[in-house]
Design a protein around this ligand. Sequence first.
Ligand SMILES: *[C@@H]1O[C@H](CO)[C@@H](O)[C@H](O)[C@H]1NC(C)=O
Ligand SMILES: *[C@@H]1O[C@H](CO)[C@@H](O)[C@H](O)[C@H]1NC(C)=O
Length: 324
Amino acid sequence: RCCLSHIQEHSRHLGRKSMCPPTIPYVSTITEQLKPGSLIVIRGHVPKDSERFQVDFQHGNSLKPRADVAFHFNPRFKRSNCIVCNTLTNEKWGWEEITHDMPFRKEKSFEIVIMVLKNKFQVAVNGKHILLYAHRINPEKIDTLGIYGKVNIHSIGFRFSSDLQSMETSTLGLTQISKENIQKSGKLHLSLPFEARLNASMGPGRTVVVKGEVNTNAKSFNVDLVAGRSRDIALHLNPRLNVKAFVRNSFLQDAWGEEERNITCFPFSSGMYFEMIIYCDVREFKVAVNGVHSLEYKHRFKDLSSIDTLAVDGDIRLLDVRSW
Ligand SMILES: *[C@@H]1O[C@H](CO)[C@@H](O)[C@H](O)[C@H]1NC(C)=O
Ligand SMILES: *[C@@H]1O[C@H](CO)[C@@H](O)[C@H](O)[C@H]1NC(C)=O
């Protein structure tokens, strides 16, 4: 049901399907248009002697004149390790966008997940968000994928269809209760603060998914599971982007408890699209962000079945909430 489990399933599937690994240079036509929600998953390995490699989303495959490159993604290992991104139009490079947070290592395997969003590409490597690249050329013009340089590629996978396709907002399995969330030109408008009733009460096996986009310069946001009657907050998830802290707590009998803050990797970043999955287990909630497990939170509020409300607020654009 959830988009990210599709991704994982799909990329696993793709991994199995790749009979013979692509050879470099790899230049191949992309069979469908890259619309918002499309995903490209590239798995490979960086050889010991690699100085650089690049993944180019091209408009055509012409060599002379050289085809436009809408998105040039170029990890470099010489001198300072970095990723250089750029766009080539009419054989001229634009300004470079350089990321020094380098996820690639020589002699190590990698998985690159590139998501096409309405106004940018979003790239994660080995499950970690790495960078955003705002479209300079309409991504619908992209029809060719090129991979060049010193790299071994094991598999390349595409997912074109997606429930993100139109990036339309929706609320499935929830009933909105705040009146501000009005129908706007036939579309749901998920304004904040957002509050909605779960169509069935919480309990082991139930899942809540929140999709959104973090604002640029966001400070913090929160996703809460609330027992509507007592207004106890069973689960308060509060990512604070300004200090890179992912605070978890409960508000029971009119008082906040002790914060939990330990995390192996802060999963959010300014401007990034995210899908947060909250899975209720017998003893704890499990939280994943963009397909990667992030944390668990032992139940402090034990009467799970009285948790019936989802509340979201803060510095994000809320795109979709669902529950089953
Ligand atoms: C709750 O919503 C889910 C997803 O829309 C649906 O499959 C399920 O039947 C609903 N349950 C109830 C009790 O309405
Ligand atoms: C946080 O610490 C607790 C207790 O040591 C541990 O059980 C839990 O897995 C840790 N969570 C994360 C996200 O590291």
